[in-house]
Design a protein around this ligand. Structure first.
Ligand code: KIV
Length: 269
């Protein structure tokens, strides 16, 4: 009998069961090796469409193609063993109809091996969320500040500053929960609203720039590592990788320029 320990990935029902329990830890990852590090600590890893901005220098997530999500999703699945992997559906791949959403979500699931997809939108996406979940595709919803709609919203603005808007956000949370979403990302939302929604819905809420009272938290990995060119105000930076990379590159550059770079015999000695 093999003594090898079998490590099973966290499942969608396990994440859903964490409502009101031990806080859910999650981060984004876009490539195999960083995902392997994150995998040691995260319950789920999101291959977010923020990769368009963070990895590919895009100004927004609007231009992210499906094939790019699939490529990064596959790398993250390959690099990990333990965490549930959730892959974002990019703009233009799901909004038109439930059929279109199913076709593209099925491609993501089949070609990456991920365990769930995430899509943006509240009540307006409920029919699609129901269509996908009834056909075997677990969906994480995403409400509040939804970057793919930033042109309609007039930028990346915190939602719920005006209390009159709260019923709409609450209705969004209720609609996606009733449609079968197993969890909801609450992004860029005033604290009391995020806390209210967390109390109102039966599935875990995952906050980003929302509230410590959410059932879990997510951050963009490069933001919390100090590696993003621009870091949102709400992000606590836990690392200083940008400065460390620059220091290492500067040392290398000066060794090359000073002809002080180790030769092959020194390296392999
Ligand atoms: O794309 C992304 O990284 C996300 C998180 C910010 C939740 O959707």
């Amino acid at each position: 009998m093999s003594t090898q320990k079998i490590i099973r990935r966290t499942t969608v029902p396990q994440i859903a069961a964490r409502k009101g329990g031990e806080p859910i830890v999650s981060l984004t990852s876009y490539h195999a090796h960083t995902a392997a590090i994150v995998d040691k600590h995260a319950d789920f890893i999101l291959v977010g469409d923020s990769l368009g901005m963070v990895m590919h220098g895009m100004e927004s997530t609007i231009g992210v193609p499906l094939d790019l999500m699939i490529m990064h999703g596959r790398a993250v699945v390959k690099g990990t063993k333990k965490a549930l992997i959730v892959v974002d559906m990019p703009f233009g791949t799901y909004e038109e109809s439930p059929n279109m959403a199913f076709r593209n979500a099925a491609r993501i699931m089949k070609e990456t091996g991920c365990g769930a997809v995430k899509l943006e939108g509240g009540a307006r996406m409920a029919e699609t969320i129901r269509f996908l979940t009834e056909r075997g595709i677990p969906v994480m919803a995403h409400i509040g500040l939804t970057p793919q709609s930033s042109h309609v919203m007039g930028g990346f603005k915190t939602q719920g500053r005006d209390e009159d808007s709260w019923p709409q956000h609450e209705a969004d949370a209720k609609a996606v929960t009733e449609a079968g979403a197993f969890s909801i990302v609450l992004e860029g939302m005033v604290e009391p609203l995020a806390a209210r929604i967390t109390n109102q819905v039966a599935v875990p809420t995952i906050g980003i720039g929302a509230s410590a009272d959410c059932d879990g938290q997510i951050l963009v990995l490069e933001d919390m590592l100090g590696l993003s060119p621009w870091t949102p105000k709400f992000v606590k930076v836990y690392g200083d990788l940008g400065a460390q990379i620059e220091k290492a590159v500067a040392s290398y550059a000066s060794e090359v320029r000073d002809r002080n770079f180790p030769g092959e015999d020194e390296i392999y000695r």
